[in-house]
Design a protein around this ligand. Structure first.
Ligand SMILES: C[S@@+](CC[C@H](N)C(=O)[O-])C[C@H]1O[C@@H](n2cnc3c(N)ncnc32)[C@H](O)[C@@H]1O
Length: 399
């Protein structure tokens, strides 16, 4: 077994980082963050680490209660610290209950304790007050975590087989439905489906868009043949945030930009939210794709929702629509290393396994999936946001 670095070694490595690089070098910042997490793990007593984990789920549970009460918004709207009694008036919650939630939130720096029974904000309070992040918390907790807590029961019943079927996995088991996740959300949980779309339109957080680090000019615009088909088809693009970013970066580019999704997803886009040059198109991704011979087909956070069996069914119509030697498929998902996956990456993988029996894929898993679909990988691209951010897999039809 490889030996773990000691606290002393990690501390030495951390102290060798130049403080000024933390502000101007994203790589150095990532490195410091990763080392400090490893240092925390190395310093923790192993028994305490094991016991602490038992109680870890109560943290996001308290955060979910605070989201329900709009506690973060109330704190952000006030110019001065608020007493717990005042927060009780604003949220309608019992003040002793609030006091207990607030002290947990202060212990994780989600709010600041400015004195006994007084709270104010930290930068994380402001992030939590962002409506899109709050929507993500509601969606992930109410739909995914509430199902995930039953995963061990489900897997025991199914003899620990890897779940592959979108209509027979833990969502159906835990929520008592026969619908697959998207149908269940659309038909029975419209409030959480709205949250899902709000969150999905904003999953980039502070990360840079692919158009900022993938060589768009060289790989897509050079050699563009407008007579062949569209320039860029965002296959199931949700609210169209990727095409918006594309137009912002390349405002003068000629070429058709197509946003495909299910009619209900497209209908949730408000007038004026989308640039007029973006053409909205109803498209079920299991059906033949209407955009033949496009320069590029983008799939952002699509394939990780599905097991390989369904990913291949989704890829088939795109492969049929692609023009050999011209069209490119751009897959925007995590690209896990074959070893040394980070906690964040592994949590996304578990999220996908819960969401729709999907998965995050490693380099070699992408290679074998795409090869089975008749595609070959040209390159894996990564942006400046470090290993936890999505990568881009560029693939073309096999020669
Ligand atoms: C995880 S979201 C990703 C959306 C978008 N690409 C983004 O990055 O924000 C998955 C999308 O797949 C769409 N979807 C689910 N089932 C579909 C189907 N059968 N045909 C077409 N789109 C579907 C959903 O409406 C949703 O917009």
């Amino acid at each position: 077994m490889p030996s773990q670095p000691t606290g002393a070694t990690l501390l030495k490595e951390l102290s060798s980082i130049q403080p000024q690089t933390l502000d101007n070098d994203p790589q150095a910042r990532q490195n410091a963050l990763s080392l400090s997490r490893k240092l925390t793990a190395a310093l923790e007593d192993p028994t305490n680490a094991a016991v602490d984990m038992m109680f870890a789920p109560f943290i996001p549970s308290a955060v979910r209660i605070a989201v329900e009460l709009h506690l973060f918004e109330s704190l952000c709207e006030s110019e001065s610290p608020l007493s717990t009694a005042k927060l009780g008036d604003l949220t309608g919650a019992d003040s002793l209950l609030l006091n207990r939630i607030l002290r947990l939130l202060a212990s994780i720096n989600f709010v600041q304790e400015s004195g006994p029974d007084r709270s104010s904000t930290t930068p994380t309070t402001h992030a939590m007050a962002n409506p899109n992040i709050a929507a993500g918390h509601r969606f992930v907790w109410d739909i995914l975590v509430e199902a995930n807590v039953q995963y061990h029961h489900f897997l025991k019943e199914t003899h620990f087989k890897l779940p592959l079927e979108p209509t027979d996995h833990v969502i159906q088991f835990a929520h008592g439905t026969k619908y697959h996740t998207f149908e269940y959300l659309a038909k029975l949980r419209p409030d959480r489906f709205t949250d899902f779309h709000l969150f999905m339109g904003n999953t980039m957080g502070a990360r840079s868009y692919w158009v900022d680090w993938y060589p768009v000019a060289e790989r897509l615009l050079d050699g563009l043949d407008a007579s062949s088909g569209s320039l860029l088809v965002d296959v199931d693009g949700g609210k169209g945030h990727d095409l918006q970013a594309f137009i912002k970066k390349f405002p003068d580019t000629k070429g058709k930009l197509v946003l495909q999704d299910l009619p209900e997803a497209l209908a949730s886009i408000k007038d004026g939210d989308l640039d007029r040059r973006i053409y909205k198109q109803d498209q079920d991704f299991f059906a033949p794709n209407q955009e033949v011979g496009a320069r590029a087909y983008l799939m952002h956070h699509i394939l990780h929702d599905w097991s390989d069996k369904y990913a291949l069914k989704i890829l088939e119509p795109i492969v049929k629509a692609m023009k050999r030697g011209y069209s490119k498929l751009l897959i925007h998902d995590l690209v896990l290393p074959d070893a040394g996956v980070t906690s964040y990456q592994a949590r996304w993988d578990m999220t996908m396994m819960t969401f729709n029996a999907g998965m995050e894929r490693s380099r070699s898993q992408w290679q074998s999936l795409l090869s089975a679909a008749g595609l070959e990988i040209v390159q894996f691209c990564h942006g400046p946001d470090g290993e936890d951010a999505d990568g881009l897999v560029e693939a073309v039809l096999k020669a």
